[in-house]
Design a protein around this ligand. Structure first.
Ligand code: BTN
Length: 246
């Protein structure tokens, strides 16, 4: 992974950049890294605010030969890889807010946006975009109580290239084990240890259901296991869901 390593001073969104290049035949493993992202995208059509040069904005293009249903596992894998990379670089532990975010001191540090394109019934490509707040010290009013950065948490932040390399190094190793195992079973234990909501009451909002229960961890497919008050164990697929602590 990381070949080619595409770097630009500025682009709209690294995910959109990666998708444009994917359409022109960019290979599996291509990385798109930018200093200044002007139109960063978040999940659910939201924007990802990226004050100039203050964060990591990177997208990885993958062309896995696997069923599209398994694509969400790669988001889960990137979340774990990012948490490991943050610990590698800063020595501080970030927790994972399944399926997409990393938090420190209960505030969001990192977001992941995975987009997939299909060719017939197969995956044409997957773009995994990751944003990590590095040097931001002042967030916009509406997110200031919910967001944090490595600078705020650790006193200093690594530069973009170092953070990017650390994330990719971890993801590359993990991706190999994931492909070999065929699922996330090799990572379950570590993931559960880093899971912010584990053992706590959560409310999961999926398209058509709302589920309240105790978060138990993930299963080998990367789905969240939630035990309902009635004692039943339900699995939540890492699609379009939002998880709240209660
Ligand atoms: C979220 O938390 O809603 C996901 C945020 C994802 C942000 C990253 S920054 C790099 C990549 N390019 C984008 O436009 N978005 C992702």
């Amino acid at each position: 992974l990381g070949k080619p390593w595409n770097f630009a001073e500025e682009t709209d969104s690294t995910n959109d950049w990666a998708k444009r290049e994917a359409g022109k035949g960019a290979p599996n493993g291509a990385v798109f890294l930018v200093r200044n992202q002007t139109k960063g995208k978040g999940r659910r059509g939201r924007s990802w605010a990226d004050p100039k040069g203050s964060g990591l904005a990177m997208s990885l293009l993958l062309r896995p030969d696997m069923a599209p249903e398994r694509a969400p596992m790669m988001t889960v894998l990137m979340g774990l890889s990012a948490a490991q990379a943050v610990a590698d670089v800063t020595g501080k532990e970030a927790l994972i807010k399944w399926p997409n975010d990393l938090v420190m001191s209960g505030k969001k540090l990192c977001g992941i946006l995975t987009e997939m394109s299909m060719q017939g019934t197969k995956i044409a490509y997957v773009v995994i975009g990751i944003g990590i707040n590095l040097t931001v010290e002042k967030f916009p009013e509406e997110i200031k109580d919910k967001a944090t950065s490595l600078k705020l948490e650790c006193g200093e932040a690594p530069d973009v290239e170092r953070m990017a390399a650390a994330v990719l190094e971890r993801f590359e190793q993990n991706y190999e084990s994931f492909l070999a195992a065929g699922d996330l079973s090799p990572f379950k234990e570590e993931y559960d240890r880093l899971l912010a909501n584990r053992g706590r009451e959560v409310k999961v909002l999926e398209k058509e259901r709302e589920l309240v229960g105790t978060c138990l961890g993930i299963d080998e497919a990367g789905e969240l296991l939630v035990q309902t008050p009635g004692g039943e164990c339900k699995t939540v697929f890492a699609g379009e869901v939002s998880v709240r602590g209660l």
